[in-house]
Design a protein around this ligand. Sequence first.
Ligand SMILES: Cc1cc2nc3c(=O)[nH]c(=O)nc-3n(C[C@H](O)[C@H](O)[C@H](O)COP(=O)(O)O)c2cc1C
Length: 348
Amino acid sequence: MSDIMERKAEHIQVCLEESVESGVTGGLGSWRLRYRALPEIALDDVDLTTSIAGKTLRAPLIIGAMTGGHSEAGAFNRQLAAAAERCGVGFALGSGRVAIERAEAMASFQVRDVAPTALIFANLGAVQLNYGVSAADVARLVAETGADAINLHLNPLQEAVQPQGDTNFRHLAPQMHALADALDVPVFVKEVGAGIGRHTAELLAAMPIAGVECAGVGGTSWARVEAKRVGSDAQASAAGIALGAIGIPTAESLLVCRETMPDRVVICSGGLRTAIDMGTALALGADAVACALPFLKAVNDGGEEAVVEVIQTYIHQLRILHFVCGATRPSEMRGRVSRVDSSGLARP
Ligand SMILES: Cc1cc2nc3c(=O)[nH]c(=O)nc-3n(C[C@H](O)[C@H](O)[C@H](O)COP(=O)(O)O)c2cc1C
């Protein structure tokens, strides 16, 4: 295995075996959905259908970007993608850098045969634009994976904690702008668990991108993952633990992205674990939600069937949440939420 393949395999192992969540609240719990005892709709009126990047989803849910590169990752990708296809939700591949560098790794990202119609995102760290990756490389990744869109991820914290990480983030914004212009699929920009704040959101708003995935603090912490992975490197490990909570909490990042990019797609992620988290994110302005770690655990424990079960459970509960908030569509959830004050009560 190459260094990158080994690192990716270790990421999966650490995420499955260690406690890698930030332990910091993403803030969604400070809001309460506006339950309606008299919703004036029927449960049958609820239609969760959502359109993202030209594809129709049966519910506004995406399996978040995770993996690829080695054979176990390839097997996970196939099972996750097949589950997404069966349930009509989106699926995001993990970073394709390894496939750009090594042709033999591409197969682990190719899932179109098991997910012919699903919304699929390819993925690449934006910082790779400073390390020799060209627009032609990215176009090839998109073409060879058959992806409908690409996620460019931003991960300065992770790279800085990681020994020998790729930490030259100079002049990326103009290069991302040019890449989005050059590609013929929609470009999304995501964090990996430290969130998108106002300064970054304003830079992104000036780019010709289709949308963002906020991936705020509150779920998987990449500083923590790296800290556990590089246990023998005391400095790196200490930095990962000390800085695991830095970043923008999920709810704050979502609100900032929505406000800064009112006409773009905003996907909320970062610690979404329950249907109530997801419903709250839709109410705070998300067009769709994504989660990663719960699906990694499901695919590891029980393969495609377990992933299907998790998705169906989320969708079933999301439908009920829409019903009891009187919303027939995800877009109608927007605003049906109140802030809980220090007494624990919400003032609608
Ligand atoms: C095992 C694993 C691998 C990941 N790899 C990537 C990646 O390659 N590219 C990326 O953009 N995000 C990656 N992420 C970050 C997720 O897409 C997501 O933004 C983050 O984990 C927060 O969501 P969560 O709290 O639901 O896990 C990875 C997450 C996990 C758990």
